[in-house]
Design a protein around this ligand. Structure first.
Ligand code: SF4
Ligand code: SF4
Length: 321
């Protein structure tokens, strides 16, 4: 496993040159797995940033293509055609990028772990550059490379199964301490004082599992397993289908919510730079450590009520099994 981490404040020639020597790709097809944004979200990766990676890969003799999957929620990115329209609106076209733009929702099933993970077929048996815009997310605190693969490389069915599998089940023993209510990032948990138990609207719950983690009485359990475990298992299932893989995390334009939020959010912290490496755990840990070091606090825990440490712990457990 290549654990060397590269860092640069800017996407300059020196950094791109260093990446050329680090990325493990041979003269082969390379999927650039990324999120191409929503129409009103302007913090996603910019076409001009992504184009630099397309050009570097071409210089290495590779055949790059941009890739993402359709989403489960209502909106234009719910279908292949709709996503291609949004991508074009945000500047990602074959003409502007100099490579194909592929949106997939066909699956290759990997039966491994707590769920059946359905990996996007177009990512199977090719090499993948996981190009991730780092930002906050209510379910995992920070959405970075694990999320880009654990959710973004899965088909709709698995995306939905992960959110459903992380939802809480009440198993008894509530003492009305209120911790689950205080730590629900989407504010759907309530207390039923008469019945002495928590209540929530399952339709509005995002399945982040935070309430199950903070309950001191273990009165709540996830339906299948904690969201962080399911997401990490899905990311591992995806990586298991790739030929070669390399990770680049952009710590810029970091907002509280992810790039699926179709609104013009303001960044919540100053830009940091770009991290790259061949080991997903090392790149994700360096991402978290840099954010905490630069801000002097776990800013996304404050904003999303959950620390990315939970995701790192789960990923370490899953990836080292
Ligand atoms: S799983 Fe998350 S979103 Fe759902 S009730 Fe618990 S804390 Fe709230
Ligand atoms: S955290 Fe647990 S004990 Fe506290 S109110 Fe929620 S369910 Fe009850």
């Amino acid at each position: 496993m290549r654990t060397r981490i590269l860092f640069s404040e800017n996407l300059d020639d020196g950094f791109l040159e260093a990446l050329t020597g680090e990325m493990p790709f041979e003269k082969e097809a390379v999927a650039i797995k990324l999120h191409m944004g929503e129409p009103r979200n302007k913090n996603h990766l910019k076409p001009e940033e992504v184009k630099m990676f397309v050009d570097v890969l071409k210089k290495m003799g590779c055949k790059p293509f941009l890739f993402d999957t359709t989403v489960t929620y209502h909106g234009r990115r719910n279908s292949v055609e709709g996503y291609l329209e949004v991508a074009a609106l945000n500047g990602f076209t074959e003409a502007s990028m100099g490579c194909p733009i592929v949106i997939g929702d066909e699956e290759h099933e990997v039966v491994k772990g707590m769920l059946k993970y359905r990996v996007a077929k177009k990512l199977c048996n090719v090499s993948v550059l996981v190009l991730t815009h780092v930002k906050g997310h209510p379910c995992s605190s920070i959405g970075a490379a694990i999320k880009n693969l654990g959710m973004g490389a899965m088909t709709k069915k698995t995306k939905s199964d992960i959110h459903e599998g992380g939802k809480p089940v009440y198993v008894g023993g509530c003492e009305l301490c209120g911790a689950c209510v205080e730590n629900c990032p989407v504010g759907v948990m309530k207390l039923d004082e008469d019945e002495k138990r928590p209540r929530l609207s399952m339709a509005e719950c995002w399945g982040c599992s935070n309430c199950t983690m903070v309950c001191p009485r273990e009165a709540l359990k996830p339906r299948v397993a904690a969201f962080d475990i399911l997401l990490a298992e899905a990311a591992k299932a995806a990586v298991s289908k790739f030929r070669r893989v390399y990770f680049v995390n952009f710590l810029k334009r970091m907002t509280r919510l992810c790039d699926c939020a179709d609104e013009p959010l303001e960044p919540v912290i100053a830009d940091i730079g770009i991290l790259a490496g061949g080991d997903i755990l090392a790149v994700e840990k360096a991402t978290y450590d840099l954010i905490v070091k630069r801000e002097g606090r776990d800013v996304f825990k404050e904003l999303n009520k959950k620390s990315f440490r939970e995701q790192l712990k789960a990923a370490e457990e899953v990836f080292t099994q």
